[in-house]
Design a protein around this ligand. Structure first.
Ligand code: T4K
Length: 401
């Protein structure tokens, strides 16, 4: 198909989409298929399919090696991982967290009857603003949940100091941050505990899955009991537990996936550099770069629209790209505080989070990972540049039914 070069070529004007098979933001990174099938064969031969089997233990050891954490506890997903930590620490009441995150962060705590308190973020890091965290700590919260958004470490040293001073636990939602490093430590080795996601769309995955890391051995052992109904042995239940176990076949995928992390990181970085080379010089577009001194997994390619009307521009690009089969995502629009049940509950209080709201209006995530190659990225960038160059025409077309 010849390259689209003028407004009339765009799919919003009725032409065929550039990508008849949609290109997603986060298609799963797959490790070597043969090795995975061999691992499945070995699991079937052993006939140990779940309940803290050898694959889960190996995955946990590999996580400790990768993150430098003292203990790693595998769970069925990050959302329940956050819940287990909250239960194990006996958290009650108000829990401070950003609203600029995937809604799972808030839902995990709300589901337990805790009260998410949303704190604004910094415009440059997209992460919790430590100055505002301190104000909330003075007002009384039971715990702080930092989120390493896009894999950027969430002010870990400042937050550790603040939480120590105020005597509250510090947890990190590290769903995005596997393989990220900074401040002399690796993600997984900060705070009271950190929770990683091994969901299919993450840099490494176990189909579904999660991992809690902590340096606290007592916490690790209560998490192990809690993920298995509270059992500490046959017929012996020590307390309230649930089923949060990771199956062996998932752990096997996780082990292979973790073994390929450097390969996945390299592909992500190459892709990110290409997006920046092709689009970075546009006056109204800026890419969120990893923080200086941090080693990123480069898993998210995050563009910010900086024109005088960022939301209108971003949304026009988003819609026109979707029509072309490029399923860019507006993470984390409109912000957790604008989603239910939080929106209704907070309506009376009139909560305003200016930086969060501005980011929700201007961020767009582009497809990344092993499923996109330089040829695909070139085409996505050419489309984006064309849409931006012809913005008034594009917006006028999108405004019509
Ligand atoms: N905390 C944070 C900060 C998180 O970002 C997340 C999850 C969590 C906590 C919770 O972790 P888990 O409890 O899940 O372990 C996706 C992911 O589903 C979600 O896990 C992730 N964050 C979030 C940022 O992105 P959606 O709803 O935007 O996209 P989804 O799952 O529809 O997948 C994206 C695209 O990838 C799809 O359009 C199609 C493609 N895809 C997806 C899957 C699952 C595939 O090609 N194959 C697949 O198997 O949430």
């Amino acid at each position: 198909m010849p390259r689209k070069s003028k407004p009339a070529d765009l799919a919003i004007f009725g032409t065929p989409p550039e990508f008849p098979t949609p290109v997603h933001v986060g298609r799963p990174n797959l490790p070597d298929r043969e090795r995975f099938l061999q691992a499945v064969g070995a699991i079937l031969d052993r006939n140990i399919l779940t309940n803290d089997g050898p694959e889960v233990r190996t995955l946990e050891e590999r996580f400790c090696d990768l993150t430098g954490a003292g203990h790693a506890v595998a769970v069925s997903n990050a959302t329940i991982g956050l819940q287990l930590v909250a239960r194990a620490l006996g958290l009650k009441g108000r829990i401070l967290m950003p609203a600029f995150t995937f809604v799972a962060t808030a839902h995990a705590f709300k589901w337990l009857g805790l009260e998410p308190v949303f704190c604004d973020v910094c415009a440059d890091t997209h992460n919790l603003d430590p100055a505002q965290v301190e104000r909330h700590l003075k007002g009384g919260v039971a715990a702080v949940i930092g989120v390493h958004v896009w894999g950027r470490l969430c002010a870990p040293i400042e937050l550790e100091n603040l939480c120590r001073k105020h005597g509250v636990p510090l947890l990190f939602d590290a769903a995005h941050a596997l393989g990220c490093e900074g401040f002399g430590r690796r993600a997984g080795a900060f705070g009271t505990a950190e929770v990683f996601s091994l969901h299919a769309t993450k840099i490494c995955h176990s189909f579904e899955g999660g991992m809690i890391t902590t340096g606290d051995s007592a916490l690790a052992s209560s998490l192990r009991q809690m993920r298995n109904f509270g059992f500490s042995g046959y017929d012996r239940v020590e307390g309230l537990g649930i089923n949060a176990k990771l199956p062996e076949v998932s752990a096997a995928m996780g082990i292979l996936s973790l073994g390929s992390i450097e390969q996945f990181r390299g592909v992500n970085q190459r892709n990110g550099e290409l997006y920046r080379r092709k689009l970075g010089s546009l006056p109204n577009l800026r890419f969120a770069d990893p923080a200086a001194g941090e080693h990123s997994n480069h898993h998210y390619v995050v563009a910010e629209f900086l024109s005088p009307w960022p939301a209108a521009t971003r949304d026009a690009v988003y819609q026109a790209l979707h029509a072309e089969g490029v399923l860019a995502r507006r993470y984390f629009h409109p912000g957790c505080h604008r989603m239910e049940p939080y929106a209704s509950e907070l309506a009376a209080a009139g909560l305003r989070l200016p930086q969060t709201e501005a980011l929700c209006q201007r961020v767009l995530c582009f497809p990344n990972g092993s499923a996109v190659d330089p040829g695909i990225i070139e085409r996505i960038c050419d489309l984006t540049a064309l849409i931006l160059a012809e913005l008034p025409t594009v917006q006028e077309r999108l405004a019509r039914p």
